[in-house]
Write a protein that binds this ligand. Structure first.
Ligand code: AMP
Length: 117
């Protein structure tokens, strides 16, 4: 079972922000911003590349509700999902990073942005 499935099952503890039947939001264990929360579907889906449109439709208002609960819906935030090896995905269970609480930089996305152009 993957690490996020274990969090859903309660086998690994998490600092929960919001939960419903389909989705769970919890604080990232290694935050990269003052606010760093992960949103996952409870059912195992490997990545955005495999997700169905119904799940995406349902996760949208859930993410918006999480942002409101975190108090960053007005100040803004970044929503990221890493996909596969080049995307830097380490946990192979679909998750959206919500990053906020500070003015975020937008640089060094690639180690060498000119490579392969
Ligand atoms: P990614 O690199 O997009 O797959 O992101 C995986 C994220 O999961 C990283 O930001 C990790 O810090 C986070 N993470 C891994 N294990 C845990 C855990 N047990 N609880 C909370 N966050 C975790």
């Amino acid at each position: 079972m993957c690490i996020f499935c274990k969090i859903v099952e309660g086998e690994i503890p998490s600092n929960k922000v919001l939960e419903n039947d389909e989705f769970l939001a919890f604080h990232d264990i290694n935050p990269k911003a003052p606010i760093h929360v992960l949103v996952i579907p409870k059912k195992h889906i490997q990545s955005f590349q495999e997700v169905d449109s119904n799940t995406m439709a349902n996760i949208t208002p859930f993410i918006q509700e999480v942002a409101t609960k975190l108090g960053i819906d007005k100040s803004g935030y970044r929503l990221i999902t890493n996909i596969g090896y080049d995307g830097g995905q380490e946990v192979l269970h679909l998750h959206f990073h919500i990053l906020g609480g500070a003015r975020l930089k937008w640089e060094h996305v690639a180690e060498d942005p000119k490579k392969n152009i």
